[in-house]
Design a protein around this ligand. Structure first.
Ligand code: ADP
Length: 646
């Protein structure tokens, strides 16, 4: 703690001690009514309630201040000598007694304002025991000092005990609520007529109990409990204790008139019963209103949650009838023809078989209009007291099914197109490779025809066989060329391709594979990118090949470093698709023959992907380029696609 803070704390404690001492003296002076032999034994001892509240708030270590308060009170209010050993011992005993009670209450976390029945019961019990011990000790010290005849000891203990306990039960809980006085005042101001009516009721009850009949009897004192119970039900603990305090003050004023007041011990026990009842009842009511508020808050939260839930939520009873449904359920199933009729879960989910504590199922849901939809259902059993039955959530998965089917169809189309492209590249490569040998074969055959001319006259089969062989060789070369042209040129479509959508589709297609390979696949598309006029499937083939190669490349790295980026940006009438990865980059062997068919370093690779991709983009005016070390440390391939296909 800094010096400034420490100083502030000290001045706060000293100020509090001064306020406490002053209030103590004032209260003691005011309540010094009908004492036993000028001792500190009165029918009602509010300083004890103040002392306990002070020690609970500021800590039992301040018990010395409470002993000083008792001493000052004996000197100033009762005129005792400050150096009398009896007075000193009594003051110390009182301070110690309530210091121990405060320590116990703080230790058991009971030093806060009372808000529950159990807390109130513990408080009453501990206060009763401690005040009994304090009373017995006090009377023993006074009797030992010769200031009280031993014969009066038992009676004095009882009077002291009841006087202290009554004040503690009334005043301490009330004082603990003192910091919230503004709130209490605001509430009371809002219901001021009720407050006035309740005060009038208390006054009438007091008047009937003590003002009308012979006041030396407590015959109809129980009338006082009626306004107390009313106040308690409406205001909880604080209101009840305030009412009890008012009644006690009235009773103390009554006790001042010794001639007409009822027997003091009767009055004391009435006050004690009133305090204990008010405290316990007030605590129960406060606890009840706290619980009701908590329930209302949690119900409101649950209602809001259910209202916002995207899935339909149904609560059904044991008979399978729907008891409540959230707005999503109304939207999903529609409204029944007869809004008042009970709807069964079976009619909305015909194949539903609820069993066990919880479960899931993929079944069809049926709307009120009879149409059906595929759904995923989950249920959990509701036990008493929540009301036996089940809570069911229903998710309409038709949209997801449609998306999955579309994805599957797209993948099938892509695979077919890829096979076509592979065949084309293969044919092209074969045509390229076989062209020269075929030309050579044809030349050799023609030379052979010249060389065998003299023999043709002897056996004309030689000439015709050679002629046929030459024709077949020429035909084979033509077939290869035509095959290549067919695969290369055949299936191009021109359509407007949304670049962001295309990149998103590629990412979705690789999502599962990337997850399995612990690879982060990031897509970044410049929002300014215009759509390109191209064949979607061919573009997908190109990007598929590039991202697929990157995934293979990053597998050579450890998981946290596996990263792939697919970016798209505009550049001079073209869109550039960059595919970068954090793999090892292109090896020197590959680099010399990159983009040539059958160049591969993979055991199961065909070495056709890059060749096909470049053929596809070049065929329509684009290009496919590479960088040895891209921005993620591995290779970067860039497909330049003109916005308008050429
Ligand atoms: P394949 O994938 O069947 O091997 P490709 O033509 O797609 O055929 O790739 C040819 C070769 O280029 C690959 O075997 C690989 O060695 C190299 N390569 C392609 N992309 C990358 C990349 N992103 N990082 C490192 N090497 C690559």
């Amino acid at each position: 703690m800094t010096r400034g803070l420490r100083q502030a704390a000290t001045s706060r404690n000293v100020g509090a001690a001064a306020v406490y001492l002053t209030s103590y003296l004032l209260l003691d002076w005011l309540s010094y009514v009908q004492p036993v032999l000028k001792l500190g034994i009165t029918p009602w001892n509010p300083p004890a309630g103040l002392t306990l509240a002070y020690l609970l708030v500021f800590g039992p270590r301040w018990f010395g201040v409470t002993a000083v308060a008792a001493l000052l009170s004996d000197v100033l209010v009762r005129g005792h000598s400050p150096i009398s050993p009896t007075v000193l011992a009594c003051s110390l005993w009182i301070g110690l007694g309530y210091g121990v009670l405060a320590a116990v209450l703080r230790r058991w976390k009971l030093a806060q304002p009372i808000r529950g029945a159990a807390h109130a019961a513990w408080f009453v019990g501990l206060a009763a025991c401690t005040s009994a011990v304090v009373a017995a000790g006090y009377v023993a010290i006074v009797a030992a000092g010769g200031e009280l005849p031993r014969a009066d000891a038992m009676g004095s203990i009882a009077r002291y005990w009841v006087g202290d306990l009554t004040a503690i039960l009334t005043l301490t809980p009330l004082l603990m609520y003192l910091p919230a006085w503004r709130e209490g005042l605001r509430l009371a101001a809002g219901r001021s007529w009720e407050v006035v009516a309740q005060l009038v009721a208390v006054a009438i009850a007091l008047w009937i109990a003590f003002g009308t009949s012979a006041t030396d009897e407590l015959r109809i004192f129980y009338l006082l409990f009626v306004p107390v119970i009313w106040i308690s039900l409406r205001w909880g603990l604080q209101g009840t204790m305030l009412a009890a305090l008012c009644i006690q003050v009235a009773l103390v004023i009554l006790a001042q008139d010794e001639a007409h007041s009822p027997p003091l011990i009767d009055l004391q026990f009435l006050m004690l019963t009133m305090s204990a009842t008010a405290l316990l009842l007030g605590a129960v009511i406060t606890e009840r209103s706290d619980v009701l508020r908590r329930i209302a808050r949690s119900e409101a939260q649950q209602r809001a949650l259910l209202a916002m839930a995207p899935d339909a939520v149904l609560a059904i009873d044991r008979a399978g009838r729907i008891r409540s449904a959230n707005p999503a359920a109304h939207k999903l199933f529609g409204e029944p023809d007869d809004p008042g009729a009970h709807v069964s879960a079976q009619s909305l989910l015909p194949a539903l078989a609820l069993h066990g504590e919880e479960g899931r199922a993929a079944i069809d849901g049926r709307r009120h209009d009879g149409t059906t939809f595929p759904s995923e259902v989950a249920w959990a059993k509701l036990d008493a007291p929540a009301g036996e039955g089940f809570l069911i959530t229903v998710r309409d998965v038709s949209e997801r099914r449609r998306a999955q089917e579309a994805l599957r169809a797209r993948e099938t189309a892509l695979a077919r197109a890829m096979r076509f492209a592979v065949a084309g590249e293969l044919a092209s490569a074969l045509a390229h490779e076989l062209n020269q040998p075929m030309t050579a074969v044809v030349s050799y055959l023609r030379s052979l025809a010249t060389l065998t001319e003299p023999y043709v006259a002897q056996d004309e089969r030689i000439g015709s066989t050679l002629g046929k062989t030459t024709q077949e060789a020429i035909r084979a070369a033509k077939v290869l060329r035509r095959l290549r042209d067919f695969y290369r040129g055949g299936t191009s479509k021109r359509e407007s391709v949304d670049v962001a959508e295309l990149c998103g589709a590629i990412a979705t297609a690789f999502e599962a594979r990337a997850r399995r390979a612990s690879t982060e696949l990031v897509v970044r598309v410049d929002p300014a990118v215009a759509p390109v006029q191209w064949d979607t499937t061919q573009l997908e083939i190109v990007l598929h090949n590039l991202v697929g190669n990157s995934l293979d490349a990053v597998m050579q790295r450890e998981p946290p470093r596996r990263r792939i980026e697919l970016c798209a940006e505009s550049s001079e009438g073209s869109v550039l698709f960059h595919v970068s990865d954090s793999g090892p980059g292109l090896s020197a062997d590959v680099l010399a023959h990159l983009f040539e068919p059958f160049t591969t370093t993979k055991s199961g690779g065909m070495g056709l992907g890059l060749a096909i991709s470049r053929s596809l983009v070049r065929a329509r005016g684009g290009d496919l380029l590479h960088e040895l070390r891209g921005k993620l440390g591995g290779a970067t391939f860039t497909a330049r696609i003109p916005c308008k296909e050429q």
